[in-house]
Design a protein around this ligand. Structure first.
Ligand SMILES: NC(=O)c1ccc[n+]([C@@H]2O[C@H](COP(=O)([O-])OP(=O)(O)OC[C@H]3O[C@@H](n4cnc5c(N)ncnc54)[C@H](OP(=O)(O)O)[C@@H]3O)[C@@H](O)[C@H]2O)c1
Length: 324
């Protein structure tokens, strides 16, 4: 095996051009880890969020003054090429996909992760590019769906249904039997209908908050709405949740305060992801019930341009990063 590998490295926080394509040593698999030859990754809002550290709070995970794990990347699909002596569930040659925000490192030719981390075998019939985009958006979506205790017959409005989170949310909500109203731009209505949305609202022509329908959950998947607006269309006891902190970080305070008064509530769940969740996503993908949207694909040499595009907030679903 090679001694060094190509990797995208962030030695500091900042604008997209702090990311550099460089050569670094290949990691070694510890006794409980597998070493994966990564073939496909994504550039996503988790990557750009941690790189910019725009929300200072992210530095409590990733390092206060500079990234403690400089190789970026959280989503991956590839093949196991070595394993530690305690690893039982996976074999060399297994094709796997997963997610790593404990140490990041997926924007590199090789990645070492613990065998009990969010890691699973590729869904049957899936390529690396299909599997690499299964987790990032979907696990946030799942987190909101679980927090709001969505069940068969719940009514949900997904604001921003064309992002990685929103497009996963529409499909997973349908899987759980919810009735889904999706909000998107005019040119994306067909895409969103194909995800399974029962009703689509074009945000360029109508304001969802001025319509008559009432919801158990308003999931703002792009952080561009507000509780004040959404509360108008929530049922009594309904929930509002958002992917962003909101103006003056209001969503955190509202999540603490609204439960004290009964009635409508704001939820701000901390994202969690287990290996069981990744296996569940694999199963739903194998059943054909979850097909993550794909937008563009970039190479490692084009990484900075890819980050600029992702950060523009205009991608449709997921952006792939091919690891040569
Ligand atoms: N800090 C973190 O670690 C982190 C991690 C993940 C996600 N997030 C946040 O989660 C949010 C979603 O991320 P994502 O990756 O799922 O989204 P994304 O892929 O960046 O998607 C944005 C999508 O939303 C649509 N959109 C933009 N403005 C809209 C509006 N006013 N109403 C409805 N749709 C609109 C865009 O299409 P059009 O422009 O055509 O409408 C685009 O398709 C972002 O706000 C992101 O910052 C944060």
């Amino acid at each position: 095996m090679h001694q060094t590998m190509k990797a995208i490295v962030n030695r500091q926080y900042g604008a997209p051009d702090v990311s550099q394509l460089t050569h670094v040593p290949v990691p070694e698999a510890k006794e409980n880890e597998v070493l994966i030859r990564v073939h496909m990754s994504t550039i996503n809002r988790t990557d750009t969020g941690f790189r910019s550290a725009e929300y200072v709070i992210s530095r409590f995970w990733s390092g206060l003054l500079k990234p403690k794990n400089p190789i970026s990347g959280c989503e991956f699909a590839g093949e196991i090429v070595a394993k530690g002596k305690l690893v039982k569930q996976f074999e060399v040659g297994d094709k796997v996909f997963g997610f790593t925000t404990s140490n990041f490192g997926a924007h590199a030719e090789y990645l070492a992760v613990a065998e009990d981390s969010p890691l699973a075998l590729l869904p049957i019939g899936f390529t690396y590019s299909m599997a690499a985009r299964l987790v990032e958006g979907a696990h946030y979506a799942l987190n909101y769906i679980r927090a709001a205790k969505i069940k068969e017959g719940s009514t949900v409005l997904v604001y921003g249904a064309t992002g990685a989170i929103g497009s996963a949310a529409v499909q997973l909500l349908k899987y759980f039997g919810a009735t889904v109203t999706a909000v998107c731009a005019s040119d994306k209505i067909e895409i969103v209908k194909n995800l399974g949305a029962d009703e689509v609202i074009d945000y360029q022509r109508e304001n969802y908050a001025e319509k008559d329908k009432r919801y158990d959950l308003v999931l703002d998947a792009v952080g561009k709405s507000s509780y004040r607006e959404a509360a108008r269309v929530l049922k009594p006891g309904g929930f509002y949740t958002s992917t962003e902190l909101g103006k003056y970080a209001q969503n955190i305070f509202l999540a603490l305060l609204t439960p004290l008064f009964g009635g409508k509530k704001v939820l701000f769940p901390i994202p969690k992801l287990t290996q069981r969740d990744v296996n569940w996503l694999k199963q739903v993908a194998e059943e054909g019930k979850f097909k993550p949207l794909i937008d563009r694909q970039f190479t490692m040499e084009e990484f900075v341009a890819g980050s600029v595009y992702v950060e523009s907030g205009q991608k449709t679903g997921n952006v792939l990063l091919k690891i040569e």
